[in-house]
Design a protein around this ligand. Structure first.
Ligand code: ARG
Length: 575
């Protein structure tokens, strides 16, 4: 008896195993490299999506019906054995029957009628629905449902304010009446911003470079960890639209844009009310009260002449950023708040004497109107250097930038590089004064304070830079910032982290689990820690094993240990 039961069991197992093999074999062939077994409904959806089936029949092989065939249709309706919302009915003979909603059929409502075929949705994707006709076409722009065939994109006319829709291949263009602008002629003559544009509620939805703004509630933003509705102090003015706004104290309205898979932001192509437009009503504006280094038309490279603020020196104003408002940061560094890192500088180089353009190579930090600190490994012979202060977007010439040539570079005498680490990675750059002045203090250009005491392990400090990010090896054109934690020297020199190559003139900061970190291109830039509302330069980005890797946090030059060196090299201006 026992042996017979065992034999029966074994043969049943063998049968099932064979059936499994057969099934998987088919799937693998059909899907090329796709080997993952998907849920049944997904399988259908996938098949339908690529439906080029000749056979009308619903094929048991790929919808799992083969397994149901093996089973008895006996049983009870509790729990409901009918799939896809089928209604179960118990028959007197102990069998059950599934009443299947359309488009499902089969004993357990496990099969679906193939409503999606190759050309069901010509330029789009066919998806199943539960109501007739049981499919829906998700069309690629500019094609229209029901079957994504018609591209009568001017019907209905998307242009507003009397704009005329003109078809241009698969695109359209709105020819706007005088004084109207924007993709849909939605931007009227009175559409302009005042001051910094915080109160702007107009309809411009394009950036200065012509990129189309993302919707503030776009799924793409959420996917990248950005929820504008919670990220900003003031989400007033944001909504389910893609109009430019300034919720974070920037200098003018801006919006998020998408560049391939990357999320970026940019200032908008929106008019300032005081820029008179010939036919527009004379605006009644109150300009922002601060005297800002504004260059009027083409952006002047030398803005030190545009305002008369005091030269930056090391005084009580060091380490006091003036972002327009204190805001929550986005995603550990999506969009650095203008004015939040006013000591951040970009060290740019070109081949000595060449007429190449300068390119960003490292970060640097303004510690005095004529001095910046950077990493020693950023200084190379045969290169001309310049330092750009106040910039946020390296891809643009910004009104509030200040650019200086480098008069002198002082690399630490004991700077040394091994294959594993960099030692005494610090250098001073003396800016070349113009008309007897170096950096001029503005909201965007300020010195950081030099440290006079240690900060405890675990302190949350801040790093910033234009270096490489998760999705751009070449660095980011926009300044990013992020918060990192100071990691104890013990942990940093633990064998599982960097071991004995770490010395006391450097420290680790970041997260041992990985993630947020500085990276290539950030070197020489600041790690600042705050005490009593003042920001101190505690570290300079120096090195690390890869970026953002677990147990391999960023390593920073310990600025406190180099205070005497800094004092002696700068002629005592810091003593
Ligand atoms: N050496 C790099 C640079 O030149 C900085 C590397 C920082 N690495 C890190 N994982 N934190 O820009």
């Amino acid at each position: 008896m026992d042996t017979r039961l065992l034999l029966l069991l074994l043969s049943l197992l063998a049968f099932i195993a064979q059936a499994e093999l057969k099934k998987h074999g088919k799937h693998d062939k059909r899907r090329g490299r796709e080997k993952k077994h998907r849920g049944r409904f997904e399988d259908w959806a996938r098949e339908f999506d690529q439906s080029d089936d000749q056979s009308e029949d619903d094929d048991d092989e790929h919808d799992g019906g083969w397994l149901l065939e093996l089973q008895e249709v006996r049983g009870s309706c509790d729990p409901n054995p009918c799939l896809n919302n089928g209604v179960c009915e118990e028959r007197r003979n102990g069998k059950i029957k599934c009443d299947c909603p359309k488009p499902f059929k089969g004993r357990r409502c496990e099969k679906a009628k193939k409503v999606c075929r190759r050309n069901t949705c010509r330029y789009g994707t066919c998806v199943l629905t539960s109501t007739p006709p049981f499919y829906e076409c998700k069309c690629k722009e500019p094609f229209k449902p029901p079957r994504c065939e018609s591209d009568s994109i001017c019907d209905p006319d998307p242009c507003q304010n009397g704009g005329k829709c003109v078809k241009d291949g698969r695109n359209f263009e709105c020819v706007c009446p005088a004084n109207y602008d924007g993709q849909f002629c939605q931007v009227g003559p009175e559409d302009c911003y005042e001051g910094d544009g915080e109160s702007y509620r107009g309809k411009v939805s394009e950036t200065e470079d012509g990129d189309e703004c993302l919707y503030w509630n776009s799924y793409f933003l959420l996917q990248r960890g950005v929820d504008p509705f919670t990220a900003f102090d003031d989400d007033d003015g944001l909504g389910p639209h893609n109009y430019c706004r300034n919720p974070d104290g920037d200098v003018m309205p801006w919006c998020f844009i998408r560049r391939g898979r990357k999320l970026r932001w940019d200032h908008c192509d929106v008019r300032e009310c005081s820029d008179n437009m010939t036919t527009a009503e004379p605006p009644t504006t109150t300009r922002s009260p601060e005297p800002e280094p504004v260059a009027t038309t083409t952006k002047a490279p030398d803005v030190t002449t545009a305002t008369t603020p005091a030269p930056v020196s090391r005084n009580a104003t060091c380490g006091k950023p003036q972002p327009r408002r204190m805001l929550q940061r986005i995603y550990g560094g999506m969009k650095a708040i203008p004015g939040a890192n006013p000591w951040q500088a970009s060290l740019q180089v070109k081949l000595s004497g060449s007429n190449q353009d300068f390119r960003h190579t490292c970060g640097a930090v303004l510690i005095h109107s004529c001095w910046v600190l950077t990493a020693a490994h950023c200084i190379n012979k045969n290169q001309d250097m310049q330092v750009v202060l106040g910039g946020l977007d390296l891809g643009k010439k910004e009104d509030f930038e200040q650019t200086f040539a480098v008069e002198q570079a002082i690399v630490h005498e004991k700077y040394r590089e091994t294959s594993a680490a960099v030692y005494n990675d610090i250098a001073l750059l003396k800016l070349k004064a113009r008309n007897g002045r170096c950096a001029v203090e503005t909201q965007y250009v300020k010195t950081v304070c030099l440290p006079n005491a240690t900060f405890p392990d675990g302190t949350e400090c801040s790093i910033a830079g234009w270096g490489a990010t998760e999705d751009s090896d070449y660095g980011s054109s926009q300044l990013m910032d992020a918060d990192v934690l100071l990691i104890s020297q013990d942990k940093c020199s633990d064998a599982s982290v960097y071991g004995r190559i770490v010395d006391d003139n450097m420290f680790c900061a970041g997260y041992l689990q990985g993630g947020i970190d500085s990276c290539q291109g950030d070197s020489g830039g600041p790690l600042t820690c705050e005490r009593g509302g003042t920001h101190f330069l505690y570290g300079l980005v120096s090195w690390g094993d890869s970026c953002g890797k677990a147990n391999k946090p960023g390593v920073y030059t310990n600025v406190l240990n180099f205070m005497d060196w800094i004092t002696s090299k700068t002629g005592g201006i810091f003593s």
